[in-house]
Design a protein. Structure first.
Length: 361
């Protein structure tokens, strides 16, 4: 049997709150976990009635009643009994207590000991995990339509420049620029939301007196160039290329198709990875540009299929996620992928430049 010093050391250094009292309710053990969670020094608690660290005397009595109630748990014990302690600064601390009555060798009750877990931090971590899932999902679902909007704004600006004399389209281009600016602001908020979800660190600001909200304000940065007044005229830089575009989001798929066609490329589309594999087997292509997250065959699996069956065809992967949560891109790069685009939303100019580079233009 281990000497008592081992158990004493374990109790003292436990990160959980450990408090023991004698039969009269006087605190005889108050460990480091309790000092950290509640803020009382040992000298403020040892020798005091245990009600000092409970939110109310009724809370203390309820724990003792639970220990003596054989219907709740084993006689003389309680497990995960939820109640409230009170920190030194007056803050209520939700806890789950597991404890037991202590008896001497003759069976007489001499006190009790309880181990309490601080539920506030557990609840916070659970909430953060839930918020992370929600934030990542929202960001993904928003980034896809934002990509389609920006791509179509690029095409719209080109059409305006092509169909109207430059001096007659200033107002239209200004309006397009205003829309693009608003879309990029939404983009910045979405990216910030995803970043916060990944790090689980965020600031807050007052929304109404006594009510706070997450701070999603933009970080200082150089303004992104807008389409208005700077949209390139339709070109033929990709003429002669046959490209397969793959994305389960049809708005993004069609906007990517139209952008590349405006540059002279012949573009076929597939709405899923399996359809893309069928099309690759039936026809020849110079390049594949694909989404990462798709329901049947993700971008990584499609990239591996192309590399194995059609090693001469370069692949570009696009993703609406701010970071590579499932390491799809990391695995792909380790296996030779050269082209990655983040749809945050997708930068049309970067897409065209990357396609041209991967095809030797």
């Amino acid at each position: 049997m281990l000497p008592p010093i081992y158990f004493e050391k374990l109790l003292e250094d436990s990160p959980d709150i450990v408090i023991a009292v004698d039969v009269g309710g006087e605190v005889v053990l108050y460990n480091e976990g309790a000092r950290t969670a509640l803020g009382y020094a040992s000298s403020e608690v040892l020798g005091q009635h245990v009600s000092r660290v409970y939110a109310t005397i009724d809370d203390a009595r309820a724990v003792m009643r639970a220990m003596r109630d054989s219907e709740l748990d084993a006689p003389g014990k309680v497990r995960n009994f939820q109640t409230w302690l009170r920190a030194r600064d007056g803050r209520p601390v939700p806890v789950a207590i597991s404890g037991c009555l202590i008896h001497d060798s003759s069976g007489a009750e001499i006190g009790s000991i309880g181990f309490a877990k601080d539920l506030a931090e557990i609840h916070r971590q659970d909430q953060l995990a839930t918020l992370e899932e929600i934030a990542i999902s929202v960001a993904h679902e928003l980034n896809n339509p934002l990509s389609a909007i920006l791509n179509n704004l690029q095409l719209l600006a080109r059409d305006v420049l092509r169909n109207s004399p430059e001096n007659d389209c200033a107002i239209e281009l200004e309006r397009i620029g205003s829309v693009e600016g608003s879309v990029r602001k939404i983009q910045s908020i979405v990216n910030r939301l995803t970043e916060m979800a990944g790090t689980r660190v965020y600031g807050t600001r007052e929304y109404l007196p006594g009510t706070r909200m997450a701070d999603l304000s933009e970080r200082p940065a150089s303004p992104a160039p807008t389409t208005a007044g700077a949209a390139p005229a339709p070109g033929a830089g990709l003429a002669g290329l046959r490209i397969l575009a793959v994305d389960d989001d049809l708005a993004v798929l069609h906007s990517v198709r139209d952008l590349l066609r405006a540059e002279g490329a012949a573009v076929e589309t597939a709405a899923c990875g399996l359809e893309a594999c069928t099309m690759l087997a039936a026809s020849s292509f110079d390049l594949v540009v694909s989404d990462v997250v798709m329901p049947d065959l993700d971008g990584y699996e499609l990239f591996r299929h192309v590399r194995e069956k059609f090693p001469a065809i370069p692949v570009i992967l696009m993703t609406a996620f701010f970071y590579d949560r499932d390491h799809v891109l990391k695995r792909s790069k380790l296996e030779g992928l050269d082209g990655v685009l983040f749809k945050k939303p997708l930068d049309p100019g970067r897409l065209i430049a990357l396609v041209a580079a991967r095809c030797g233009r």
